[in-house]
Every structure is written in structure tokens, then in C-alpha cells.
Design a protein around this ligand. Structure first.
Ligand SMILES: CC(C)(COP(=O)(O)OP(=O)(O)OC[C@H]1O[C@@H](n2cnc3c(N)ncnc32)[C@H](O)[C@@H]1OP(=O)(O)O)[C@@H](O)C(=O)NCCC(=O)NCCS
Length: 473
């Protein structure tokens, strides 16, 4: 870590020993005023709280992160410019070499980064149902909500699959308010083996970064990232992969989010962007009609016995991509074995009993608030589709049929892997939301989205909300 880096850390963690003025700046993400700002805000009437949140949101939109590479090149990233990530000045995104940016092993800080007074680190014990429930609470209330409070993300306990093989408890990193133990920040990492071009790398995948709405724009995020990085480094890992809709230095790849309506009536009624904006209900229903039954022979839900077959179908498709996860049998079981309301995986069994195809998708639930008819929305999000025999578009059409029959309202997918071969054909419509892939402390040439294989967990967001904010890319 460079000296400028350390200085930044101290500024951001409130660990300054300098002037009073500087100390105030260092306490950046602590709310000003009384000791427990959250209690104070909570004591206000609900309506008042909502007004404040709306005002804060408008404020934050004005100051939002850049959305395009051009904007990003002009932006000052106070934190990210101190980190081992490719630069945005044109040298980083045009890298031709492959390898670590810094030699992380040199010095790994032993003690945790300090937090402002009144807050403490807490490693969350996710085997404790009460803690898991608290985490769901933080995410459900703060991870995603649209501008007009109509749709809210609904994490379930089973959904937080944060314990894949070789998981590390220290990487479930929470921040609590001392006075009432309220959980106000979280970031997690899980181990992963990833193939980056020709290099097999054991690294971590960073997930579920979340800061309580009332502590936003106070620079808690850099502290969470630094502390997680320290904890990961302590275990001998120095690279990470992460995805976000935000433009940071410097995307390895960027892809677009596509929606396919399964329940046009409902999507129109809740004003979901997956509904065709330019179509009336009758036309939308006709346009999105699907066959009643599937047509791929041998298509069936995956079982425990299929794990090795799934692994081999996925491995076979790896050579087509520049970024792809390498999954052990245990990982295939953890990430892909069907789990009710979490993941569905189907396989195609050939005449001789060998598997020739696999398709899997996650369930994403949102609550619809304040609607006279609808209370929830069920979205399916494509994780993997691979086949050595069936045409991908046919297999995907069958997947849409299955998802519809299971009550999903919309199916979403990114234009990664070979998905472009069927997206338009199967009436997916492209949204204006992009997802960017990043590597921490690894330099390599950028890649097009069709060279990227999805990572084991999807983005948890219902990206619906981004569209409503009117972002354009
Ligand atoms: C993402 C989130 C944690 C950012 O919090 P915030 O209060 O806006 O930002 P902070 O003031 O704490 O920190 C700002 C710094 O964090 C960086 N940052 C913001 N969002 C980030 C993200 N998703 N990943 C990495 N860094 C991010 C900013 O670039 C900025 O650093 P910079 O000075 O180098 O530009 C918060 O908006 C949140 O909890 N959102 C809901 C959940 C979510 O979207 N999580 C990310 C999933 S991809």
C-alpha cells in the first residue's frame, strides 16, 4: 500500500490525529449531531422521514457516479484512484499485459481499519438465524427501492447463499451502531476460482455491498472495501472480481440487461420496463405468447446425480470465454442444484443417458407496494445456458415456457456468453441498464460481453428501478 493510499485510509476511517478541522473531515461517514443519528431520524414521523429520503435521493442523483467512460475519464475518484485497479486515463483500459497490479503480499495490515466513534465492526455469523434475519432486513430496506416507493426487493433467508465451499466467516463483514447494535453496513466476499484468459486464479467475488440509506454519501463504502480487502489479504488472496451498474475505474467488460415479458398484463399494471411501452394490452399478450409445452426431448429438472454431468457441460463451453468460473463438484452443487424459490436448473439428457445441455436461472422476488391488486413480482434471471446438441434458442424458449408455468412474471438476462444468439429472436427487449465487470489488482486486456461467462451469483438487484431513474448509457 502506498503512502498516499494509507493517508486516504486514515482520512476515511476517522483515524486522524491531525487538526480539529481535519478530524471533522475524517469522520466523514458519521452523521452529524446527536450520538445516534439513526434513532433521531427514526423518531421523526414516517412522512417526514420519506420527505428527507426523497430529498437525499435527489441530492445523490445530482452527485451520482459517472455513467459513461467519457464521463468517468473526467471524474475524480477519490477512493478508487488509490486502489490497484486499471487507470481510466486510457492506459488502464487498453492493457495488453496480464498480471497483478501490486504485489499485495508485501504488507498486510494486522489491525482492522478504524471506524468513526459510535460504530463497530461485526463479523456476521450467518449460521445464526437471528443474524441472517437482520441481514435480510438491512438488504430489504436499503438495497433497492425505486423512486416512487412502489417496488422493493425481497431477500429471503435461503437466498443469501454466502456459504459456498471454502467460505470464510471473516468475509461477512458488518458495521453496527454501538448504542443499539443496529446493522447499518455490510459487504461480503466468497472464494472463487476464475479463468481469466489463460490464467486460473483463486480470488474472491465481492457481493452485497450495502450501506444504510441514512448513512449514504458519507464515504462508508471505501472503509468497507478496505476492511474486506485486508481480511481477504490476510487469507493470502490478492485479487477480486465484482460487478456493478456504476462506472468505476476500469470495466473489464460491460454488458446490457434484457427483459422478456411472461405476464404482460401484470407488467403493464405495475409499470415494469419489461412491459412493451408501445403496445396495448391485447397486442402485448399476443406478442409475448409462448407455446404451452416444451419441445426439447430429455429436458428435466436437475438432480443430485447430474452434478458431474452439469460440470462437464459447463467446462466444455469454457473455452469460448475469456472470463469464466471454474467450479468444483461441490460448487456446482452449491450454486446450481435446484432450491425452491432460489434457483432452478434443468438438464437435457441424451438417448444414451449423457447430459448434452444445462440451463439455470435464479428467482428474484420484489414486493409491489401500495398497489390495489399486486403485492409481489417474480423475476427469473438467467445464470447459465449451454448445450452441445440442442439449439440454444430452442432450449431457451423451453426455459421461458417452464418459467411461465412456474408463475414468473418476467425473465431477464445479460447479453453475456452466447445469449445474443437468442435474445432478440425470443422477444427479449434491451433495457438502458448496463452491468460492468471489474477485477481488483489484476491487469489484462478488456473483453467484449460475449466473452464473459456469468459469475455464480446473479446481480441481486431488480434492475427495473434503474430505468425509472431515467439513467441513460
Ligand atoms: C453502493 C453504496 C454502498 C454506495 O454508498 P454511498 O453512500 O453512495 O457511497 P460512499 O459515500 O459510502 O462512498 C463513495 C465511494 O464509494 C464508491 N462506490 C459507490 N458505489 C460503489 C460500488 N457499487 N462498488 C464500489 N465502489 C462504489 C464511489 O465511487 C466512491 O468512491 P470514489 O471517491 O473513488 O468515487 C450504496 O449506494 C448502497 O448501499 N446502495 C444499495 C446497494 C447497492 O447498490 N450495492 C452495490 C451493488 S453492485
Amino acid at each position: 500500500m502506498s503512502s498516499s493510499d494509507r493517508k486516504m485510509t486514515e482520512d476515511e476511517t476517522g483515524d486522524l490525529k491531525g487538526s480539529k478541522k481535519k478530524q471533522k473531515k475524517g469522520d466523514g461517514w458519521r452523521s452529524e449531531g446527536p450520538k445516534d443519528p439513526i434513532a433521531m431520524l427514526n423518531s421523526l414521523p414516517e412522512k417526514k422521514q420519506q420527505e428527507i429520503q426523497r430529498a437525499l435521493h435527489l441530492f445523490s442523483l445530482g452527485q451520482g457516479l459517472p455513467r459513461t467512460l467519457q464521463q468517468a475519464r473526467k471524474h475524480k475518484y477519490q477512493f478508487w484512484e488509490t486502489q490497484p485497479v486499471p487507470r481510466l486515463d486510457g492506459t488502464g483500459d487498453g492493457a495488453v499485459t496480464h498480471g497483478p497490479i501490486t504485489d499485495g503480499e508485501v504488507s498486510v495490515r494486522e489491525e482492522p481499519y478504524s471506524l468513526p466513534k459510535g460504530f463497530s465492526w461485526d463479523t456476521l455469523d450467518l449460521s445464526n438465524p437471528t443474524v441472517l434475519k437482520e441481514l435480510c432486513g438491512l438488504l430489504n430496506e436499503n438495497y433497492m427501492e425505486d423512486d416512487d416507493n412502489t417496488i422493493r426487493f425481497d431477500f429471503s433467508l435461503e437466498y443469501l447463499a454466502l456459504k459456498p465451499p471454502n467460505w470464510v466467516d471473516q468475509w461477512h463483514c458488518g458495521v453496527r451502531v454501538d448504542s443499539n447494535q443496529k446493522l447499518v453496513g455490510f459487504i461480503a466476499a466468497v472464494p472463487a476460482d476464475i479463468l481469466i484468459y489463460e490464467t486460473e486464479k483463486r480470488l474472491v467475488q465481492v457481493k452485497l455491498l450495502c450501506v444504510h440509506k441514512k448513512l449514504r454519501l458519507k464515504r462508508m463504502t471505501p472503509v468497507l472495501i478496505r476492511e474486506l480487502t485486508r481480511r481477504v489479504n490476510r487469507q493470502g488472496l490478492y485479487q477480486a472480481v465484482y460487478t456493478t451498474v456504476n462506472m468505476l475505474p476500469t470495466p473489464l467488460s460491460s454488458c446490457r440487461y434484457w427483459n422478456r415479458s411472461l405476464n404482460p398484463r401484470k407488467l403493464i399494471e405495475v409499470n415494469h420496463p419489461g412491459a412493451m411501452q408501445n403496445m396495448n394490452l391485447r397486442r402485448a399478450v399476443k406478442f409475448n405468447r409462448l407455446p404451452e409445452v416444451t419441445k426439447t426431448p430429455g429436458l428435466r429438472p436437475a438432480t443430485n446425480e447430474d452434478l458431474a454431468g452439469i460440470q462437464s457441460v459447463l467446462q466444455e463451453s469454457l473455452c469460448n470465454f475469456d472470463l469464466s468460473p471454474l467450479m468444483s463438484l461441490q460448487e456446482v452443487e452449491h450454486w446450481l442444484l435446484p432450491r425452491k424459490n432460489v434457483i432452478d436448473t434443468y438438464v437435457v439428457e441424451g438417448n444414451d443417458g449423457t447430459l448434452t445441455g444445462v440451463v439455470s436461472f435464479y428467482s428474484i422476488f420484489s414486493r409491489v407496494l401500495n398497489h390495489p391488486v399486486h403485492t409481489g413480482l417474480r423475476a427469473a434471471h438467467l445464470l447459465y445456458i449451454a448445450s452441445t446438441a440442442t439449439d440454444l434458442a430452442d432450449l431457451m424458449e423451453d426455459t421461458l415456457v417452464l418459467a411461465k408455468s412456474k408463475g414468473f412474471d418476467v425473465f431477464s438476462a445479460f447479453d453475456v456468453m452466447d445469449n445474443c444468439s437468442f435474445l432478440e429472436k425470443l422477444k427479449f427487449s434491451v433495457s438502458d441498464v448496463s452491468l460492468h465487470y471489474y477485477l481488483y489488482n489484476w491487469m489484462c486486456p478488456t473483453m467484449s460481453s460475449d466473452k464473459v461467462m456469468n459469475l455464480p451469483l446473479p446481480v441481486f438487484k431488480d434492475l427495473h428501478t434503474e430505468k425509472k431513474k431515467g439513467f441513460s448509457y
